[in-house]
Design a protein around this ligand. Structure first.
Ligand code: UD1
Ligand code: CA
Length: 475
């Protein structure tokens, strides 16, 4: 309750129950995303800084799906039948029970560019004017599809395009679907509206006219016309998304990220990027993707929910739920699937697919490999065409590759299988039994035959270091 100099309490209602017929979609309009975020969430984010007493979202069409994308602190109210924007507000008012004092802020769920500042100014204008209702309006070059506004001596009348006369259609002042009401006034007026219009709906705009006649209504003009990009169809969706996409890119550039070609770079709102990272053309960064500093990403990187550490490079590659370690190199043309974790200085090169696999520090999978459900130690090297046969048609089996192991070209690792530390496989070998540490294995199926070359070298080096004279041993 207001007292002394404190402001009257504010309640906020987001209208999100409609189908959005003009989207020609099987999905509710407010669920369509812009830069990865459902439309309705933009409106809610803009409302939050106003710290409303309660934040209600009226849901109806695909209510459960809409509810699922809403933040925790939004309360949903179900409008069973979509009988119009006036009815939707009526449903919200029921949920607000005995509240009689304060301001009711009503926002259509399809204005993703509306800013917090505009909402604040609208409420401010409403309070200082001391009127029953205030509506956000703008004068647009192309007013088509929107309600036309006629303001006259404290009464604001809005005519929907489909109900408008020829003269009214010429009006360029439009209703942007954002209103502040005196709570007591709207409670009273919402029950008095008739459904006398071409759609047989209860129009919130008619409520506005009723309130105007009783306790005056005024308009508030939008300052930044960019925010007037409401979304009713797919081309408006693309236009609004383009503005948001540019805003996201500008924010990254201000924070020290180089974006070589903003026209072809798509970064979702949720993505984080460190400074001095360079994003090259044709790159898509989406979901929970996080990029460190001093990375080079792209050209044509497509990363979803992928974490890339400082100094790494990802070129012409796809990442899905992967982690790329510091200074690691990916691509060109690599596919990192969920559960892939590349250690520092690791490399996954051309035409390699890696899934649910840890690649240890400094290890390399440079060419034409499939590695799934594997654990690769440090400083191992997989020869071109090394494949893990991880799936036997029933189970997924694991492959373990020890530190310093080396596989020859076209090695087939038939999982479950382990090749030990410093083991070595011959070209074309088929490994269906564990290779002990330090052994060279060849053949199909391969058998361990003698000491591996790197072990031999190491042993020899160790020998040299000890400064001992060696007798060559016949194997
Ligand atoms: C409405 C306004 C119009 C304004 C335009 C701005 C009315 C009658 N007209 O028209 O003057 O220019 O918004 O965008 O209000 N909704 C519900 N329940 C319903 C119907 C709609 O929750 O029963 C929600 C929709 O999900 C949407 C919002 O209300 O988020 C607006 O509905 P929509 O059908 O898009 O209204 P418009 O015809 O565009
Ligand atoms: Ca609309």
């Amino acid at each position: 309750m207001s007292e002394g100099g404190t402001l009257p309490q504010t309640f906020a209602v987001v209208l999100a129950a409609g189908k959005g017929t003009r989207m020609k979609s099987n999905r509710a309009k407010v669920l369509h995303t812009l830069c990865g975020v459902p439309m309705v969430n933009y409106v809610i984010e803009a409302l939050k800084p106003l710290a409303p007493e309660r934040l209600l979202v009226v849901v109806g069409h695909q209510a459960e799906l809409v509810e699922a994308v809403l933040p925790q602190d939004a309360e949903t109210v179900l409008q069973r039948e979509q009988l119009g924007t006036g009815d939707a507000v009526g449903v919200a008012l029921e949920a607000l029970g005995g509240e009689e004092e304060g301001v009711l802020l009503v926002v259509n769920g399809d204005g993703p560019l509306i800013s917090e500042r505009t909402l604040e100014e609208l409420v401010e204008r409403h309070r200082s004017a001391g009127v029953g209702a205030t509506v956000l309006v703008a004068e647009l070059d192309d007013p088509s599809g929107l309600g036309r506004v006629v303001e006259d001596a404290g009464v604001v009348r809005i005519v929907e395009e489909r109900d408008a006369t020829e003269d009214e259609l010429g009006i360029r002042l439009v209703n942007l679907g954002l209103y502040a009401f005196k709570l007591s006034e709207i409670r009273d007026a919402v029950g008095r509206v008739a459904r006398e219009n071409s759609q047989g709906e209860l129009y919130l705009t008619d409520v506005l006219e009723i309130i105007g006649r009783r306790s005056r209504a005024v308009t508030y003009r939008l300052k930044n016309l960019e925010e007037a990009n409401l979304v009713n169809d797919r081309s408006q969706l693309a236009r609004a998304e383009e503005i948001l996409r540019r805003r996201i890119l500008d924010a990254h550039m201000r924070d020290g990220v180089t974006v070589r070609d903003p026209d072809s770079t798509h970064i979702e709102a949720s993505v984080e990027i460190g400074r001095d990272t360079v994003i090259l053309p044709g790159t898509f960064l989406r979901g929970a993707t996080m990029i460190g500093s001093d990375c080079v990403i792209g050209p044509s990187a497509d990363l979803l929910d992928t974490v890339v550490a400082d100094g790494a490079r990802v070129e012409h590659s796809v990442g899905r739920g992967a982690e790329v370690g510091e200074r690691a190199a990916v691509g060109p043309y690599a596919f990192l699937r969920p559960g892939t974790v590349l250690g520092p200085d690791a490399k996954v090169g051309a035409y390699c697919e890696v899934k649910n696999t840890r690649v240890g520090r400094g290890s390399k999978v440079p060419h034409l490999s499939y590695v799934g459900d594997a654990q690769i130690g440090e400083d191992a090297n997989l020869g071109a065409g090394t494949i893990t046969a991880n799936y036997d048609g029933v189970n997924k089996n694991r492959t373990t590759i020890g530190d310093g192991a080396f596989t020859g070209v076209n090695t087939n690792l038939i999982a479950p299988v382990t090749i030990g530390e410093d083991s070595y496989t011959g070209a074309g070998s088929v490994i269906n039994k564990d290779v002990p540490p330090g052994k060279l294995a060849v053949g199909a199926p391969a058998r361990a035959i003698r000491e591996s070359p790197q072990r031999r070298r190491k042993r020899m080096q160790e020998g040299d270091e000890k400064g001992q004279s060696r007798t060559e041993r016949e194997d």
